[in-house]
Design a binder for this molecule. Structure first.
Ligand code: PEP
Ligand code: MG
Length: 580
């Protein structure tokens, strides 16, 4: 048994078999073979090695021809490693003496090498880790033949173990069969984590070397509430977690049933709005099931996932219509394109030195109006169709940006008028408050817009200067940092003063730890991952505004995020002990 601690990003407890997702999606199972099969497995292994060497030799010839002699030494080194007698004999020993399949033997022995190199924590050896990973993948590909494991046709439930998962890989996971996932990299507000929460898949990220530590077929406990992964648990631990799994699932189920149709009001009668964040129109139905009053954030950039071309105006319109038809007259806030470095590895942003500080979101839209205009047209048209549609702009840092967008919006309206297309002429437009400059100047921005929605995921990363997807600095990523609390206070006060709605749609709004604090600050609108709605409602219905204000006042006197978190934990544990 072995326990690893990472970052909990999607709650729940699951127990299941590990499935190692190599970048090329090969499933390496811990498969035992009968004695009579061992020679056959050794032959398969030898053949896979020869095929890998032949591939590499032809690559060497190619490289020499195209770029000249001297550039192929890395490939020569690969060939030497594959042909190394000591490595080969170790792999064959796992097959012949331990009776494991060739795939599992390759995986186990080469992983041992990788682990040994990683322990050295040296730049030179880190690069060699990559080389051995490449070699492992090449031999495995030849062992498996051209056939790749198809994640959509799994026969039993599994837990995905990966170095990293992109949001697009996450959304294509089969919810029926994939019951949890764990990764080496990532942080709480990475879009992969957000998608996992939306899908209700328990997940732990930032586990550093977990994809190397675990082999396919290992039994895992994933505790998405506490960020723990237990590898091959003993009987007693397994029993304990099976019980916890049951308690948590029942808690969530009962809470949803109990609270779905109950209003979200405080004990002393203050109404609080709870809306849902979605990435796809298909999520509207489950948002309503969890009791959402509407959609407070529709992340439209996910329309770009898994497509090679940019969506057309009609494709935007169709997606929005799908959501609206499901919502009826309930509100939907469509956020314009927020292309970000952590969402699309192949986008232009990836080529920038500091993608998060570069041409992202509204900045990209202003630069690439051929992308932006079709979306604006589709939103204007759908607002005529849907009546309760609003638009929200991401990553606003200056008043000028809002004015520039408004000018483009007027141009787009003229174009629609000229084409005799019906659209809404009084579309309400709000902005996300997710840069420190916007939070500090909220009073100036308030005059220019209809509403604010605080995007804490980015606001925290930009305020504390901590990359939201980098697990190495995740300890610094603290919603409870006194600087964040002060900025939130400023934004909520500016909204109140200027009579503008203020909502919060960053992940902080769905974290039960902060609900009372935020209520006490005067936040009356929360837009959250649908699965968080019942818990939030339960908390809101258990406090008075007076209590919430006192909690907030006390929290604001504390100096460190740890003190604030501890203080809030004791408060919230009294209401929902099951969630902690
Ligand atoms: C945020 O930054 O808080 C937010 C909601 O936007 P995203 O997570 O899509 O960047
Ligand atoms: Mg954001």
């Amino acid at each position: 048994m072995h326990i690893k601690k990472g970052i909990p990003v999607s709650p729940g407890i699951v127990i299941g078999e590990a499935y190692i997702l190599e970048n090329e999606e090969y499933l390496v199972r811990k498969k035992e073979i009968p004695e009579s099969e061992t020679q056959n497995e050794i032959d398969r292994f030898e053949k896979a090695c020869s095929a890998s060497v032949t591939e590499l030799q032809s690559l060497v010839t190619d490289v020499n021809k195209k770029i000249g002699q001297g550039y192929s030494h890395i490939l020569d080194a690969y060939i030497k490693i594959i042909d190394d007698p000591s490595t080969k004999s170790q792999i064959k020993k796992v097959i012949a003496s331990d009776h494991f399949s060739a795939e599992y033997a390759v995986e186990t022995v080469l992983k041992r090498y990788i682990k040994a190199l990683m322990v050295l924590n040296d730049q030179y050896f880190s690069a060699r880790v990559q080389d051995i990973q490449d070699i492992k993948k090449r031999i495995l590909r030849n062992l498996f033949g051209a056939k790749k494991q198809d994640l959509t046709k799994l026969k039993k439930s599994i837990i995905i173990v990966a170095q990293d998962l992109s949001p697009s890989q996450t959304v294509s996971l089969d919810r029926e069969k994939i019951i949890g996932f764990i990764t080496d990299t990532g942080g709480r507000t990475s879009h992969t984590a957000i998608v996992a929460r939306a899908m209700g898949i328990p997940a732990v990220v930032g586990l550093e070397t977990v994809s190397v530590d675990i082999s396919g077929g290992d039994i895992l406990v994933v505790d998405g509430n506490n960020g723990l992964v237990i590898i091959n648990p003993d009987e007693e631990t397994l029993k304990k977690y099976r019980q916890m799994e049951k308690i948590f699932t029942n808690f969530e189920k009962n809470l949803t049933i109990e609270l779905k149709d109950q209003p979200s009001v405080t004990l002393d009668g203050h109404k609080v709005r709870i809306l849902a964040n979605i990435e796809f129109p298909e999520e509207v139905a489950s948002s309503l099931k969890f009791g959402a009053e509407g959609i407070g954030l529709y992340r439209t950039e996910f329309l770009y996932i898994n497509t090679r071309t940019h969506p057309t105006e009609e494709e935007h319109f169709k997606a929005y219509k799908k959501a609206i038809d499901e919502l009826g007259n309930k509100e939907i806030i469509i956020r314009t394109l927020d292309m970000g470095a952590d969402k699309f590895e192949t986008s232009e942003q990836a080529k920038e030195h500091n993608p998060f500080l570069g041409c992202r979101a509204i900045r990209l839209c202003m630069l690439r109006t051929e992308l932006f205009k079709p979306q604006l047209k589709a939103i204007l048209r759908i607002a005529f169709y849907g009546k309760n549609v609003k638009m929200m702009l991401p990553m606003i840092a200056t008043v000028e940006e809002i004015r520039q967008v408004k000018a483009i919006l007027e141009q787009v309206k003229s174009e629609l008028r000229r084409s005799n297309v019906q659209f809404s002429d009084n579309l309400q437009t709000g902005i996300m408050i997710e840069t420190p400059s916007a939070a500090i100047t909220a009073d100036l921005l308030a005059d220019e817009v209809d509403f604010f929605s605080i995007g804490t995921n980015d606001l925290i990363q930009y305020t504390i200067a901590v990359d939201r997807i980098n697990e190495k600095v995740a300890y610094l990523y603290q919603p409870a940092h006194p600087a964040i609390l002060r900025l939130l206070q400023n934004v909520i006060a500016a909204g109140k003063k200027h009579n503008k709605r203020v909502a919060m749609c960053g992940e902080m709004s769905g974290d039960p730890l902060y609900t009372i604090l935020l209520l006490g600050m005067g936040l009356m609108e929360f837009s959250v991952t649908p699965t968080s709605i019942p818990t939030l409602k339960k908390i809101i219905r258990s406090v008075t505004m007076d209590e919430a204000k006192k909690t907030c006042e006390k929290a604001l006197t504390l100096k460190t995020s740890e003190e604030i978190r501890n203080f809030l934990t004791t408060r919230i544990k009294r209401i929902i002990p099951e969630a902690f």
